[in-house]
Design a protein around this ligand. Structure first.
Ligand code: GLN
Length: 205
C-alpha cells in the first residue's frame, strides 16, 4: 500500500473531526472535502454521520454532488456511517422529498428507523469478518430495509420485537454502517476502508 494514502472526509457537516482523527491514527493523510477540487487525487473517502437532509442540500450548493458521484461510480473506496450510509443508498425512506442520494450501494435505507422513543442506544454486534464483537453507538440511526443481490450484510441488530435489521453492509468498494464507529474508539471499519484503498492501489499499479 502507499505509505500514507490520501483519504478524504466529507467536511460539510457532522462528525468530521472524529473520523479524521481515526484515519490520522491509522497513518492516512487526511483531507477535508468541501469543494469539488478537494476530490482530486483521493484514494478513499469517508462520509460521516450528521444530518442527511442538510448534507444533501450542502452537497448540492457546494457543487460536490455530481463530481463526488462520479468518483463513487468509478470505484473510489468509501465508508459511510449513519447519515453517510443514507447518502450512499439507492433509495431513502422517510427522507425529505428533495433529499438526494448517490445510489452507490444497492440498499434501501429508512431514516430515524429505530423510532422516536429510542433515539439513541448502544449495542454489541457480531460483524462478519471481524474476530471480536463491535460496540456500536446508534444516534437517531437509520437501518437497512432491503438489500439488492450484490450486497453483503455484515451485521444486523434486533430491537425489542422487531426482526433483525442490517446495519453494516458492503458492496464492492462501498462499506456502510448505521452507527458511529468513530465515537467508540474502534477503528476496524476504517481499517477495512484502508484495506480496500490498498487493494485498489495495488491493482492499478
Ligand atoms: N437521523 C440522521 C439523518 O437522517 C442521521 C443521524 C446520524 O448521522 N447520527 O440524517
Amino acid at each position: 500500500m502507499t505509505a500514507s494514502p490520501l483519504v478524504g472526509v466529507l467536511a460539510l457537516q457532522g462528525d468530521v473531526a472524529e473520523h479524521s482523527a481515526v484515519l490520522d491514527s491509522l497513518g492516512a493523510t487526511v483531507r477535508a472535502v468541501r469543494r469539488p477540487e478537494h476530490l482530486e487525487g483521493l484514494q478513499g473517502l469517508v462520509l460521516p454521520g450528521g444530518e442527511s437532509t442538510t448534507l444533501s442540500l450542502l452537497l448540492g450548493s457546494s457543487g460536490l454532488f455530481g463530481p463526488l458521484g462520479e468518483c463513487l461510480a468509478a470505484g473510489l473506496p468509501v465508508l459511510g456511517t449513519c447519515a453517510g450510509m443514507i447518502l450512499l443508498s439507492r433509495q431513502v425512506l422517510d427522507g425529505r422529498a428533495d433529499q438526494k442520494s448517490f445510489g452507490a450501494i444497492d440498499i434501501v435505507t429508512r431514516r430515524n428507523a429505530f423510532g422516536r422513543q429510542v433515539e439513541s442506544f448502544e449495542s454489541t454486534l457480531e460483524v462478519a469478518g471481524l474476530a471480536e464483537p463491535m460496540h456500536a453507538v446508534f444516534i437517531r440511526a437509520p437501518f437497512v430495509e432491503s438489500v439488492g443481490e450484490g450486497v453483503e450484510v455484515l451485521a444486523t441488530v434486533r430491537r425489542s420485537e422487531g426482526s433483525p435489521r442490517p446495519v453494516v453492509c458492503r458492496q464492492g468498494n462501498v462499506l456502510v454502517a448505521a452507527f458511529h464507529p468513530e465515537l467508540s474508539g474502534d477503528d476496524r471499519l476504517h481499517r477495512l476502508l484502508l484495506d480496500r484503498v490498498g487493494e485498489r492501489a495495488a491493482s492499478a499499479a
